[in-house]
Design a protein around this ligand. Sequence first.
Ligand code: S3P
Length: 429
Amino acid sequence: MKKMHVGPAKNCRKTVTVQGDKSISHRAIIIGSMAKGTTIVSNFLEAEDTLNTIKVYRELGVKIEKTKNKYYIYGRGAGSLRQSHEALYVGNSGTNIRLTMGVLSAKNFTSVITGDGQIVKRPMGRVIEPLTLMGAKFESNQGKAPVTILGGTLKGIEYKLPMASAQVKSAVLLAALGARGKTTIKEPIVSRDHTERMLKYFGAPITQSKGVITVKPGKEMKAKPVFVPGDISSAAYFIIAGLMMKNSVIRVKNVGLNPTRTGIIEVMKKMGGRIKISGLKVKNNEPVGDVISSTSRLKGVTIGGAMIPKLIDEIPVIAVAAAFAAGKTVIRDAKELRYKETDRIETVIKNLRRIGVKVEELPDGMVIHGNGGVPFKYADIDSFSDHRIAMAFSVAALSGENGLLIKDVECVNTSFPDFFDIMKKISVK
Ligand code: S3P
């Protein structure tokens, strides 16, 4: 496991691009594999998680090739997926395992799906439950992977999601495409809607109204070109570096600005962050634009309720910004953080304490006492092999007295293999 000394930096200035959005890259492969015709994907995220999704769908009989930076998915319709005689391996990806469980539930063959040491600890019962109501059968390790999916003929259901989870919602939507009768899903709080947008774009029979999503099966999806916008969850590290550092301006180009994902921008603005958007356009049903952030005097805020799903993956780096802000930040209603790659309430708090920040744990969040811009104390940071912890504390390292030593940095390859190259590019020493 590699350690890396990161930072400190004087300021951050640059125009950068980040690779394609992870959530949309997964969906392009999955939905492209279910559609009829060739889906050409540009700006696909080439990271461990999404490359594993390509492997899984190849195992299921789909031809997927790369030519000149574009991925070609030769879809032959949802009925064309073939049984894999090997266990399907998703690596670290919760999105791949949960969405693929939905897809495979509606197939009349048996599949086994599993992943790495973190995946086998994460809850799959939340997907098994609605898919079982639809008629699928499962064997699992007490609701955890490896999961055996005994697919079959499913029936449509009416389902009220017990938690705000786009992965659970998407698993049910993908299963519903192959079920008998219509499925309706009610969301208590809106979560990212990339699946709904892409299904509509591919011509699937899906409608949305007042928090209720309806799918009627029977219509074949047709392949469409997909441009994957830059990942706002990756851009978040540089947006926040631009706000925290002195004399800094960062522009991140072509970032996905789907309103179910822009909580980071809304909250950082509330904290006093100077953020501008330019060149807003819509590409394959997803808004895209440049995000420009510049040095700001940040102050503490309260974050909770319907805002949480809109920034759930950005909470580690928002916590770093809050630690550097003036005053108290309260994060509530974020219990879902406990079910991510690590328990991110615990792993964020442990590391914040190491760098000298006063923080209290709540069952569903934390209270961070911001230091008002005092450089962080030098320490060893344990990423706990969680990519978002490694990257969030690399941003803290820029504002450290003497940087920070980040342990197990390889985990950034899960979602952002060129993270440290871009960090080097933006930091002025
Ligand atoms: C994702 C949904 C979210 C998010 C994850 C990606 C997706 O998870 O945290 O990184 O692509 O659907 P949940 O569905 O568990 O909230």
